[in-house]
Design a protein around this ligand. Structure first.
Ligand SMILES: NC(=O)C1=CN([C@@H]2O[C@H](COP(=O)(O)OP(=O)(O)OC[C@H]3O[C@@H](n4cnc5c(N)ncnc54)[C@H](OP(=O)(O)O)[C@@H]3O)[C@@H](O)[C@H]2O)C=CC1
Ligand SMILES: O=C(O)[C@@H]1CCC=N1
Length: 281
């Protein structure tokens, strides 16, 4: 399985983003650099002047007018915070043409049902949980189909997301758990890299070297899991020499609840996604 995406043929669609923050920028940069969509065919709206300036630097079309993004786009990504999704959908609903537009929501926790209820009947909706490594074409996304979406919609959205990483499909009820693993997961990995680097600095390594070694080590380990198909436990065993250095370190990690901590973290993020869905109908 490929860790990162390949260059793709350009799609003949205009793509809109409502909300031009961190995730929209990761996706637009990924789409443009993979050759999937030209910057001139991307329309982004954001309420922040500062954000619009950053987006102009990428070369995409920018505006403060959410409705004009819908009018100019075939596919519209809803990339605002979960608590304002319904407000934004109500605002643009009058200009939505159900036979033309495909709505793609990346908002954590927000259900397809609540999105569909805020749009004209029959509007095609796909819900996605992406992650920020899309910026460097090493993203992980999972898609779930709305009740009016047709197979071609899912094929299109998956093809787009595969230009910025891997993309799988699952039933919607699993998307909150996906959020807990891969949506929020980059933050856990960044914290792990920082902590590994701190350990190196504590033992005398210069910071720059220590961070580089920590990041490359997580990247290499992740590549081995994806490319060898071996169970991560087996790969871990292959590093642990009898009475060696690694098993001594693993003992410390296990004594301090390392695995339980990561599982608790995924559970907390999943439950928070469910909560966001129930309070933002
Ligand atoms: N960041 C991540 O790693 C991931 C995020 N997501 C989801 O993506 C969505 C966006 O997250 P993220 O990119 O981090 O958020 P950001 O806050 O970085 O971006 C959202 C942007 O939308 C702007 N905005 C606020 N109100 C409006 C409005 N009415 N119309 C247009 N734009 C508006 C915000 O401006 P202002 O700041 O001025 O309010 C901000 O610039 C969320 O729903 C999140 O759950 C999903 C996967 C991963
Ligand atoms: O923290 C959040 O709510 C968003 C969703 C997944 C990653 N970031």
């Amino acid at each position: 399985m490929a860790l990162s995406a390949n260059f793709q043929k350009e799609i003949n669609k205009t793509v809109g983003f409502i909300g031009g923050g961190r995730m929209a920028q990761a996706m637009t940069n990924g789409f443009i650099s993979s050759g999937l969509v030209q910057a001139k065919n991307i329309y982004v709206s954001d309420s922040s002047e500062q954000m619009l300036e950053v987006l102009e630097g990428i070369g995409v079309n920018t505006t403060k007018d959410n409705k004009s993004v819908v009018e100019k786009s075939d596919l519209i990504v809803i990339a605002v915070k979960p608590n304002i999704v319904s407000c934004v959908l109500k605002e643009v609903a009058p200009v939505v043409i159900p036979e033309k537009h495909l709505f793609v929501s990346i908002a954590a926790g927000i259900t397809i049902r609540s999105i569909e209820l805020n749009l004209p009947p029959g509007t095609h909706v796909v819900r996605v949980m992406p992650n920020t490594p899309a910026l460097v074409q090493a993203g992980a996304s999972v898609v779930a189909s709305g009740s009016n979406a047709v197979p071609e919609d899912l094929v299109l959205v998956q093809a787009m997301l595969r230009t910025v990483g891997i993309c799988d499909e699952c039933p919607e009820y699993l998307l909150d758990a996906v959020t807990g693993v891969s949506g929020s997961g980059p933050a856990y990995a960044f914290a792990a890299i920082e902590a590994l680097s701190d350990g190196g600095v504590k033992m005398g390594l210069p910071r720059e070297l220590s961070t580089k070694l920590a990041a490359q080590t997580l990247l290499g380990a992740a590549k081995m899991v994806l490319e060898t198909g071996k169970h991560p436990g087996q790969l871990k065993d292959e590093v642990c020499s009898p009475a060696g250095t690694t098993i001594a370190a693993m003992h410390v990690l296990e004594q301090n609840g390392f695995r339980g901590l990561w599982m608790d973290a995924v559970e907390a993020a999943t439950l928070r996604a469910k909560e966001l869905g129930s309070i933002n109908q």
